[in-house]
Structure formats: structure tokens, C-alpha cells
Design a protein around this ligand. Structure first.
Ligand code: GDP
Ligand code: GDP
Length: 499
């Protein structure tokens, strides 16, 4: 091998310059209490939890996601909901396992945490088996957390390491998520794995240079600086004003059942992580909802106007009402959710007032709501999979980060532009997976390109007499969503004849 080749392969990657969508994904796995959250928080350098789904008396947790910074490394990090399958049993855990498998599929690297003080716990072995079965190809790093009191090289650390080695996932590294010790070793273990991934992706991109790319990066950069237009919609009394206060982090909006509060002081704009968020029509719904008495209803006309002006629509539901009623969404709520998607808006569903379902006597309600809402949304809007659902308590002032991260994530996916080169490489892979109904009449997709973003819209150029069937289009849509992580985004695919 020549020096030149080696130079190319080993070229150092500047992770700070890589498009967020191309960053590798690292998932944190391990049994409960090994310190996944602690490590997650350290990596994303935020004290607050991203997702508020953790009432004190439940093990239920949502998947948290963030962009990790470790020295000059950047990667997407996922805190798996805990491989609680092995440790416990019950419906939440089955669900969690399903979710975790889904998370594993999106990740290239797993950091497997164990508790250094306990050595190798039987449940760790279960988790290891689980990981091997569900993600045989994922790269793994075993981290012995809570090692801070053993950094003097004590025997207990050595014996814990010897035990951890039995997992068969290579040399364990000692860390302490809480104190930050061992982070340089974690860096050392991660760097080559992350670089491999990035080199692979860049190589794949570069190998497609014969097709003219329609990317317009400067335009994209311009776009992302514009304020994000967010509409918060929902029936009266679900907690929109309360949520707004939480988002604004100041008591500009008066909350309560009284009618006729001053609306003039509502400043429907705020900053979140350097981005300007503009709240669409807030004054409008405040006036209307506060005057409305009688049966709680949602003005479809009003909401429709709002969502036409928005890029992301946050539909707020009331957890207590869901728990009491047999159905998750009223007809009006379903209409709004569907319309948001049909109009090509990004949709985030917020289930508010989760605090009312806390406590032992409510635990079945709590679980039912957590389960029923995502399921029902999937049923009523089958064309868009993976619509994010955030469970919050606006009254307790919690959920701001969870809501805003989902909103921004949805917005960024909504704005996403994929290069033609990358799409065509993807197309070739995906078409070989597709089973055609009639082999002989199989349409040939010559190439595939994204014609616009906001929302992502694609054109498939088809040659020959046959057109893509609805099934083919659905298959392509589904694959695009899975492969480029576009859950919750309304994607459009059109077809044209290629000459
Ligand atoms: P998870 O269930 O795996 O997400 O675990 P958590 O992050 O919630 O941590 C479980 C417990 O271990 C918490 O009480 C943490 O404060 C504690 N913990 C996490 N990391 C460390 C560490 O490095 N050292 C020590 N001593 N405790 C830790
Ligand atoms: P809006 O009509 O959708 O703007 O709803 P409001 O924000 O005015 O809230 C309606 C009522 O629900 C008020 O009495 C709030 O205090 C209450 N509320 C709002 N959010 C929560 C929550 O998270 N938990 C509980 N328990 N009550 C809430």
C-alpha cells in the first residue's frame, strides 16, 4: 500500500464541520441505574433532561437524543430507554424493548455501560446477549461506569475489567459519568469508529459524481436562519397558554379560566438555542378560546388558518381527558392533525397534564395514555410514520426542552436537502430490496432527486412504459423515511418519464 493511499484513508475528520444529518449515531445501552442518563447529560453538556417522561414512581422512559460533544468529536447520541426487558417484565418493558430495537437500528456504535462497583451483573450478560441478537453488526464499547473511586488502579477495578472482558466486546474502559474521569479514554475508543463511519459516508457520496447535484447550500444556510414558525393548536383548556408561558419562560401570557385578559402584551416570539421561534396566531387562539364557554371545541377554521402559516404544528392534547375517555383524539383533533400533514407541515403531538396521572392509583392510566396516543396517531395518519409525541406537564413548567427539541428536530428534517448523488446511491440499494409484482413489467427508475425541501419533495424519473404503482411509491416513501430518519415528516414523491 502506498503512503498516499494510507494518507487518504487516515485523513483526520473535522467533526465540527460535518452536516448534522451525516453525523454517526451512538446509542447508550445498559441495565437500569448504570448511569446512562448521567453519561448522556455529560455528552450533550446539558443539565436538564431532554424528555420529560420520568415520573418518580415509574420506570417508563423515552428515548432521548442529542448532539454529543466530546473534545472535537461530534455525534448523535441516543439514550436507550433501558434494556429493562431482561431485568423486569410487563407491558411497559415489552414496549421499551421494541423501541430500543428500533433505536439500535439507527445506531452505528453502542456504548455498553456496566457498573464498575458491581462487576459483571447477570443482567449485564442478558443485555449483552440481547445486543448481540438485535444488533450483530453494531460497533461496541464497554464502559465501566462509576469507576471514580478506583482510578488509583485498585484491584477491584482490575477484577471488574476482567469480568467485563467476558462480555466478548473487547477491552472495557473505566469511566465516571458523574466526575468526567476516563473521558479521554472514551474519546480514544470512539474516534476511530466515528471516523470509519464518516469516511464510508463521504466515500459513498463522492463515488457518485456523474449526476449533477441540485444542492444549493448557500440557499439552505439562508433558510435555516429564518425564524421557525410554530403553531400551537388544541382545544380550549388543554393547556396551550400554560405551555406558552413555559416556552417563553416569562409570565407574559395570563393563564386561567377568566375571560377578557389582556392580549396586547403577548410577545409571540422567543429565542431558543440561538434560534428565533415565532408563534403563529397565538393572540388569535387566546382571544377565541378564552371567550368560549360551553362544550370545549376546537375551531377547525381558525386552526386551519394557523397551520397554513406555520412550518411546524404542535397539537396539544389533554392527558386526563384521554385517560377518562375511551378514545385519544376527538374528531376535531383528528381533522387538525390530518390537515397539518396534508398541508405538508411538520407535526408534533404534545400530551399535556401528565402530572394528573401520576401516583400509584393512576399508573394504569399513565401507561394507557403513553401507549394509546402514539398508536392512535399512527392509525389516523398512516401515511406519516413516527410522528413525535411528547408527554409533559406544562403546569409544572416541565417539558420546555422536550417540546422544543422535538419541534426543532422536526423543523430540521422538514428543511432537509439530500444530494442527488446520495439519493441515487440509496435508490440502487433500495430497488434491489423491492419485490416487484410483475418482474417483466418492472418500471425502471433512472434517477431520483429532491426538487425541494420544506417539506422534502422528490421526483423519480422513470423510463419505459410502466409507471410506478402506488405500492412502489409507498415503498420508496417508507424506505426514504427509514434510511434518512425522516419520521414524522410528510414526504412527497412524484414521478416523471425520463427521456
Ligand atoms: P440509567 O438508569 O442507566 O440512566 O442511570 P442514571 O444515569 O439515572 O444513574 C443511576 C444512578 O447512578 C444515579 O443515582 C446517578 O447519580 C448514579 N451515577 C451515574 N453515574 C455515576 C458515576 O460515574 N459515579 C457514581 N458514583 N454514580 C453515578
Ligand atoms: P388553553 O385554553 O389551552 O390555553 O389552556 P390553559 O393554559 O388556559 O389551561 C387550562 C387549565 O388547565 C388551567 O386551569 C391550567 O392551570 C390547567 N393546566 C394547564 N396545563 C396543565 C398541566 O400540565 N397540568 C395540570 N394539572 N393542569 C394544567
Amino acid at each position: 500500500e502506498t503512503g498516499k493511499d494510507r494518507g487518504m484513508c487516515q485523513e483526520a475528520v473535522d467533526f465540527t464541520k460535518i452536516n448534522k444529518n451525516l453525523l454517526p449515531t451512538v446509542v447508550l445501552v445498559g441495565r437500569p441505574n448504570v448511569g446512562k442518563s448521567a453519561l448522556f447529560n455529560r455528552l450533550i453538556r446539558r443539565r436538564e433532561a431532554l424528555v420529560y417522561n420520568t415520573p418518580d414512581d415509574h420506570v417508563t422512559r423515552d428515548v432521548r437524543e442529542g448532539i454529543a460533544k466530546l473534545g472535537d468529536l461530534r455525534f448523535r447520541v441516543l439514550d436507550s430507554a433501558g434494556l429493562e426487558t431482561a431485568a423486569c417484565s410487563g407491558s411497559i418493558l415489552d414496549r421499551t424493548a421494541g423501541m430500543t430495537a428500533n433505536v439500535l437500528n439507527r445506531s452505528q456504535i453502542a456504548i455498553f455501560l456496566i457498573d464498575a462497583r458491581d462487576g459483571l451483573h447477570p443482567v449485564d450478560m442478558e443485555v449483552g446477549k440481547w445486543l448481540r441478537r438485535h444488533a450483530p453488526n453494531i460497533k461496541r464499547i464497554v464502559a465501566m461506569n462509576k469507576s471514580e473511586s478506583h482510578f488509583d488502579g485498585s484491584d477491584s477495578l482490575v477484577s471488574a475489567a476482567a469480568e467485563a472482558y467476558k462480555l466478548g466486546f473487547g477491552d472495557p474502559i473505566a469511566i465516571s459519568a458523574e466526575t468526567g474521569l476516563g473521558m479521554q479514554d472514551l474519546y480514544g475508543a470512539l474516534r476511530p469508529m466515528l471516523e470509519d463511519y464518516v469516511h464510508q459516508v463521504l466515500k459513498d457520496e463522492a463515488s457518485e459524481d456523474n449526476i449533477v447535484s441540485q444542492d444549493s447550500n448557500s440557499f439552505e444556510a439562508e433558510e435555516s436562519k429564518l425564524p421557525l414558525q410554530l403553531a400551537i393548536v388544541g382545544r380550549p383548556n388543554v393547556g396551550k397558554s400554560t405551555l406558552l408561558n413555559t416556552l417563553l419562560q416569562e409570565d407574559r401570557v395570563l393563564v386561567g379560566p377568566e375571560a377578557g385578559l389582556t392580549r396586547d402584551s403577548v410577545r409571540a416570539e422567543f429565542e431558543f438555542e440561538g434560534r428565533t421561534i415565532y408563534l403563529v396566531d397565538t393572540a388569535g387562539w387566546l382571544q377565541r378560546t378564552k371567550q368560549e364557554k360551553g362544550p370545549a371545541s376546537l375551531s377547525i377554521v381558525q386552526s386551519r388558518k394557523s397551520l397554513m402559516r406555520a412550518q411546524v404544528v404542535a397539537l396539544v392534547l389533554d392527558a386526563e381527558e384521554i385517560a377518562k375517555a375511551q378514545r385519544t383524539m376527538t374528531h376535531a383533533e383528528v381533522v387538525i392533525a390530518r390537515r397539518a400533514v396534508e398541508e405538508g407541515r411538520g407535526l408534533v403531538v404534545i400530551v399535556n397534564k401528565m402530572d394528573l396521572l401520576r401516583g400509584k392509583q393512576n399508573s394504569t392510566f399513565y401507561d394507557r395514555v403513553m401507549e394509546a396516543v402514539p398508536e392512535e396517531i399512527q392509525t389516523v395518519i398512516p401515511q406519516v410514520t413516527g410522528i413525535p409525541v411528547v408527554f409533559i406537564s406544562a403546569l409544572e413548567g416541565r417539558g420546555r426542552l422536550a417540546v422544543m427539541h422535538q419541534v426543532i428536530d422536526t423543523y430540521e428534517k422538514w428543511c432537509l436537502r439530500l444530494s442527488t448523488a446520495r439519493l441515487n446511491r440509496w435508490l440502487r440499494k433500495v430497488m434491489s430490496r423491492h419485490s416487484w409484482k410483475d418482474q417483466a413489467a418492472q418500471p425502471k427508475v433512472k434517477y431520483f432527486t429532491q426538487v425541494k425541501s420544506r417539506p422534502p419533495t422528490f421526483v423519480a424519473f422513470v423510463s419505459g412504459k410502466t409507471q410506478l404503482s402506488d405500492t412502489d411509491i409507498r415503498f420508496l416513501t417508507k424506505s426514504l423515511k427509514e434510511d434518512f430518519d425522516l419520521g414524522g415528516i410528510p414526504i412527497r414523491i412524484m414521478q416523471r418519464s425520463a427521456v
